[in-house]
Design a protein. Structure first.
Length: 258
């Protein structure tokens, strides 16, 4: 059986199981919450993850099968489903995450296409944080990809460049200099999902290195949005939190008195 045939067989199994686990009530609520134009089966994340894990258990996976499987789930017309389905796209991200050892920088354009087509944090965030992130941390050939993404016109791609740093920085590793260079350039953006991503990554970095986050944030407190600042201070000490908020307030007071 060819890699494509194996992938399509797996996709059909996953689609069938997800449809069986679906809830019309959940589907309606989820679609409204995400303002989604996709079809929704109404399957929760834990159930989707379990279905994917079971389907991949014992499967003969290689690079071709993994990419073809993710593609078939993302664009299910390949397996006879005539509309894009959120739950299948969610399953595609989980395939890429669970089988990321088969991926590399050569797949950056494929991953970028999925990110551009996602149009929702519910798909972008796991793709960027849990699939792209580990690849970018250990494969230097991903460096120019992130550099390009950080200045892309699509805010979901810029958000992906930020969130690719989330896991390693959260775990006490990662390239803080690169992340903060990107964050500094985006700090005054008005887009909520950019502001939130900057704060989120800094908040999780502060789990293990609060002093480093505080030192970087202090001279920029006046430029950060309230959304960003509320995330940042969650993992800082009370003294650090008060210092950041005071610096932000002082700067704004001075600007208002001019």
């Amino acid at each position: 059986m060819s890699p494509e045939s194996r992938a399509h067989s797996l996709a059909e199994v996953i689609e069938r199981e997800l449809r069986a686990h679906g809830s019309s009530v959940r589907a309606e609520k989820e679609r409204a919450y995400l303002k989604s134009e996709l079809v929704h089966y109404g399957v929760g994340v834990p159930d989707t993850r379990a279905v994917v894990r079971e389907a991949l258990r014992g499967a003969e996976l290689d690079h071709e099968v993994v990419v073809a499987l993710a593609e078939a789930l993302w664009n299910p017309d390949l397996i006879g489903i005539d509309a894009a389905v959120f739950d299948l796209r969610s399953a595609a991200t989980m395939v890429l995450i669970q089988a990321k050892d088969h991926l590399g920088a050569g797949d950056s354009l494929f991953l970028e296409r999925l990110l551009r087509q996602a149009h929702t944090w519910a798909l972008v965030d796991p793709l960027a944080g849990d699939a792209v992130g580990p690849l970018a941390e250990y494969d230097p050939e991903f460096d120019p990809v992130l550099e390009r993404w950080a200045s892309d016109e699509d805010f979901w791609i810029r958000r992906s460049a930020l969130l690719a740093h989330l896991r390693p920085l959260r775990e006490g590793r990662g390239d803080f200099e690169r992340f903060t260079r990107y964050a500094d350039a985006m700090l005054e953006e008005k887009e909520f999902f950019i502001r939130k991503a900057i704060g989120w990554v800094l908040r999780d970095t502060a789990r293990t290195r609060p002093d480093m986050v505080f030192k970087w944030m202090l001279p920029r407190a006046d430029r950060a949005s309230g959304v960003t600042m509320r995330e940042v201070v969650k993992r800082l000490s009370p003294d650090q939190r008060d210092a950041l908020l005071a610096a932000r307030e002082t700067s704004r007071s001075r600007a208002g008195s001019r």
